[in-house]
Write a protein that binds this ligand. Sequence first.
Ligand code: FAD
Length: 612
Amino acid sequence: MLWRATFHPPLELLLTARTVFLQGCGLPTAWAGQQQWRVLETGFGLGLNFLITWRAWKSDPNRPNLLHFVSTEDSPVSAGNLLREAAKHPDLLPLAVELAEYWHGLLPGFHRLVFEGGKVLLTIGIGDVKGLLKEQSFEADSVYLVDVNRPHNQNIWDTHSLKSVARCCRRGTRLACLTGSNSAAERLTQSGFEVTDTPEGTAEAKLLQACFNPHWEPKKAAAPNKPKQHAPQRCVVIGAGLAGAACAASLARRGWQVTVLDAHESAAGGASALPAGMLAPHTSPDDSLLSRLTRNGLRATWQVAKAQLLADVDWQASGVLQRRFDNSGGLPSEWPEAGEHWSRLAGLGENTALWHASGGWIKPRRLVEALLASSGISQRYGVKVAGLQLTSAADTDAFWQVLDTHGECLAVAELVVLAAGFESAGFVPPRGPTAESQAEHKSTQLTLQAIRGQVAWGTVTDAHAMPLVPVNGHGSFIPAFSGDDNKTSWLMGATFERNNNTPDIKVKDRQEIFERLRQLLPQTAEALKASFETSESWAGVRCVSPDRLPIVGPLDDEDLPGLWVCTALGSRGLSFAVLCGELLAAWLHAEPLPIEKRLAQSLLAKRYRFSE
Ligand SMILES: Cc1cc2nc3c(=O)[nH]c(=O)nc-3n(C[C@H](O)[C@H](O)[C@H](O)COP(=O)(O)OP(=O)(O)OC[C@H]3O[C@@H](n4cnc5c(N)ncnc54)[C@H](O)[C@@H]3O)c2cc1C
């Protein structure tokens, strides 16, 4: 894999980019009045097609509510090159500046870049088009088939590449292409497209337009996780913490009327009431699932923070230094340059350390409040949900009654999202009257564990005794965040107490936290020794799944239609919540997934069914 710009689109392509793809696919007329429009492009190059499509969406009063643009690229250009090219097109330049701000850390796999408050979603896949498209299961409305000379002879006319494009099409998907290949029309026809030659084009390249209309029944993505397309209706989210707020925001953006219910008197009353939390990517020599998830999650969280929160007050992308006391959490041996945006080795005396340039701290409550401020969300507090009842067995008109402790109906909705942390397990209705029938459905019950934790924090009185950046490794220390009283505060966390779901403050925990600080940062501990005795404490309950990964998706779309879950964010709610909200919405609407399908499937509730 090369990690620098290695190809340049021919001049003809640049000159005709506006007409070839946008107009070639009948846009913007074709998307008028639609809820969503999904464009698939096979070669991002310098990003002009994306910018042109985004620009057309922005200036169209009849634009779809949501524009998905999925593109692939095996050798991403630098942000500088994107900007240099866009500078030749003044109407595109402001959009290119926004794109360039997020155009970093593009390791192999999918990355979700969010614009226009979440209404324009760029999903960029780094790697080979064939492999990447297998990791998606959406249906494109338009295909921009980009045919340029690529490094490694990646050829879009290869049968397998074309098949993978066709697999992402529905009957009626329009395709546009500018090609020098003489056999292009024939190959498209073989793949199920009806081709129209058009007279436009250049001396070397021909403009082709086509419509997917195979004379066979197209094979669709394999069954178990093929989502149903849900039209936006009413949704109740149980839980106004990070998970619930993120799901509510993602669903409201797609037109759902969302009601968030919570037992506390205000938002972020549970684990998300943590005064400030740390975000840092997980690293591992084999770049494990968790490592890849945390990077995707961090990108999602920072994008919301940058757009909606106050820098240095609500969050700070300060970077995080990780001390590796036991040498765990190393980097992959062949860590490409793009990886340095996330993490790199850093020396620290005799210990090895990692510098996570993409890390920082954030106040969970502020993130929750910002997410819940989206239009289309109503919130009710001080309401304890006690149960759920499905009112009709027929899938089409089934809806849920959400009941309080007296059996009174609090709300009705076609979709319920369980985001109540550890309590979420208690809402899954028992399945069948007998012990046998319930045992048969055991796999659709949620297995969750509560892990109580406590942190200590206080006002910074001696800034010189503090490290310059947050440090983790044995506990985590945030040296300076602005407390609610506007005083600069430090925070040290955290204890782990399994199978305790009571968030009470324990005096003995303060000593344990201090011991952690002593190992992590001995000099800071010495300086804080006296004030630690009188420091503030906060305790909360984390919710974890058996494999320590979040649970996101439907519980059982056949027997419990419209009952979905987003929980088990563990100790990384700040990294996971926003990504999980988008993932839940993507499954629900059969949209392009923000991460590879394999990663997304490993978070489904039903993963446990296959392992039992
Ligand atoms: C000590 C500690 C330190 C942490 N440090 C970090 C950190 O540095 N970085 C990080 O990323 N994460 C950290 N976390 C984890 C993070 O706080 C969680 O992952 C995150 O807050 C979980 O969000 P949630 O929405 O799933 O749960 P919660 O925030 O707990 O929200 C669940 C909500 O459901 C509501 N609810 C429950 N039952 C009912 C019911 N019957 N009816 C109505 N409402 C109900 C609750 O009132 C609650 O508001 C820490 C956690 C703890 C405890």
